[in-house]
Design a protein around this ligand. Structure first.
Ligand code: ARG
Length: 458
């Protein structure tokens, strides 16, 4: 007989049990469910809503059930529908009448709202740890590659020389914001829905402040309808996860390009790449590709949760049971991607020579050549045109800007002198970009110091 079977005259159809049941996935929340029940029953005992000794008995048995689940001694039943009723049924089986008092002044609606919120809080803390680990990996790599000159791109066309350290630190900033976003999300999850009841609280003298405190919340939610129907934090967390994946995916795309034969900027470690079943020479960047691919899956979860929530009236509706699989999948996907991605970049080998040569080609010092003329007194727009003509000439001659002889340079502008060559040398181009936030070793050093300080503050 179902825990709610009193008003029913027929057994539930087997197909309905299959359709309705969520135990196959919400069993992941067993710990949160038991923790919530322990807080609830502690409060019931303290408030004299049930006898204090019964509350103690229930608490102790919930502890036993937790242990039995962790020791794999418990088989959940589909008929008991979800994790909440499975645990309650086991409790009643073991304690009979006393067990039946646990659900006093509570509904599965506030129970599930609480479990999902607690699960999400734990998941956020988990992902924060993985993002922090990736941030440290990036900061140490950037330090190592502080002087590794490479071409910077816009439109995937060579633009200006930068360093690999500078490039990597751009990703540091993205993942730092992701970390902060996770903290913000946690900050908006500080109120406890337990005690909201089915939708309108209850007539028992619940102490919601006590249960909130016992469960590590700052206080109880302010409105019982909102308490049971709010899943904003699920949507917000999955958005944060989507943003992390978007950043990982951009990074992946660069890794994939960089280890192509055409770029050859990096080589992935054998342990972090894969082969082909037919082409013996192949070494593929599967981790980066899968990360890029899984981004779509996490975005899918975001659309799923937003769509589930968009049309449901207050308060609880069964649609909300669909929040869990999408939350679990997004969380587990990102939890898998972050550490393996960090390992992949930590173990890659950088081809310093290739990067440097890449920065030499493609007229990446043309801006510096124009700036040279500006510093000699020419207005920037004129300088831009003169250097443009020099670039056009060099393309025709198949040479670089620094290979034009001084006599020829003079034909383009009388202002050009011998110091031109030093002014457009690769190292000068990087070192002179010493503005805050720029690629020069000094400016980058400041960024890396700030990054380290941020990591230490966590
Ligand atoms: N399994 C349900 C869920 O995940 C629990 C809440 C059900 N409440 C109800 N009144 N049917 O949303």
């Amino acid at each position: 007989m179902k825990l709610w079977g009193g008003r029913f005259n027929k057994e539930t159809d087997k197909a309905v049990d299959d359709f309705n049941s969520s135990i196959s996935f919400d069993c992941k929340m067993y710990k949160e469910d038991i923790e919530g029940s322990i807080a609830h029953v502690t409060m019931l005992g303290k408030q004299g809503i049930i006898p204090a000794e019964n509350a103690e008995t229930i608490k102790a048995e919930l502890g036993n059930i937790l242990k039995d689940i962790e020791d794999d001694k418990i088989e959940f039943s589909l008929e008991a529908e979800d994790i909440h009723m499975n645990i309650e049924s086991i409790l009643i089986e073991r304690l009979e009448g006393i067990g039946k008092q646990l659900h006093t002044g509570r509904s599965r609606n506030d129970q599930v709202a609480l479990d999902v919120k607690m699960y999400t809080r734990n998941a956020i803390n988990d992902i924060k740890g993985e993002v922090k680990n990736l941030l440290s990996t990036i900061a140490s790599l950037a330090e190592q590659e502080k002087l590794t000159v490479m071409p910077g791109y816009t439109h995937l066309q060579k633009a200006q020389p930068i360093t690999l350290g500078h490039h990597l630190m751009a990703y540091f900033q993205m993942f730092k914001r992701d970390y902060e976003r996770l903290c913000d999300c946690l900050g908006r999850m500080s109120l406890c829905p337990l005690g909201s009841g089915a939708l309108a609280t209850t007539t028992y003298p619940l102490d919601r402040h006590l249960t909130a405190k016992l469960l590590g919340f700052e206080g109880p939610t302010e409105n019982s309808l909102d308490g049971v129907s709010d899943r904003d934090h699920v949507a917000e967390f999955i958005f944060d996860l989507s943003m992390i994946m978007m950043h990982l995916s951009r990074f992946s795309e660069e890794i994939i390009l960089w280890c192509s034969d055409e770029f050859s900027f990096i080589r992935l470690d054998d342990a972090y790449s894969t082969g082909s079943s037919i082409m013996p020479q192949k070494k593929n960047p599967d981790i980066a590709e899968l990360t890029r691919g899984k981004t779509g899956r996490v975005y899918g979860s975001l659309i799923t949760i937003l769509t589930i929530l968009k049309g449901i009236p207050l308060a609880y509706n069964k649609d909300m049971q669909e929040d869990k699989e999408t939350l679990f999948d997004a969380y587990e996907t990102v939890k898998m991607c972050l550490p393996i991605f960090a390992k992949m970049i930590e173990t890659m080998t950088v081809n310093t020579e290739k990067m440097r040569n890449g920065a030499k080609g493609g007229f990446t010092n043309a801006t510096d050549a124009a700036d040279y003329l500006v510093k000699k007194g020419m207005p920037f727009r004129d300088a831009h045109r003169v250097i443009g003509e020099m670039v056009s000439y060099s393309i025709g001659e198949k040479i670089s800007l620094e290979e034009i002889p001084l006599s020829k340079l003079k034909e383009f502008s009388e202002l050009i002198e011998e110091d031109y060559y030093q002014a457009i040398a690769l190292e000068t181009c990087v070192n002179e970009r010493n503005v805050y936030g720029g690629p020069s070793p000094d400016a980058l050093g400041t960024a890396i110091d700030n990054a380290k300080r941020f990591l230490e503050s966590l």
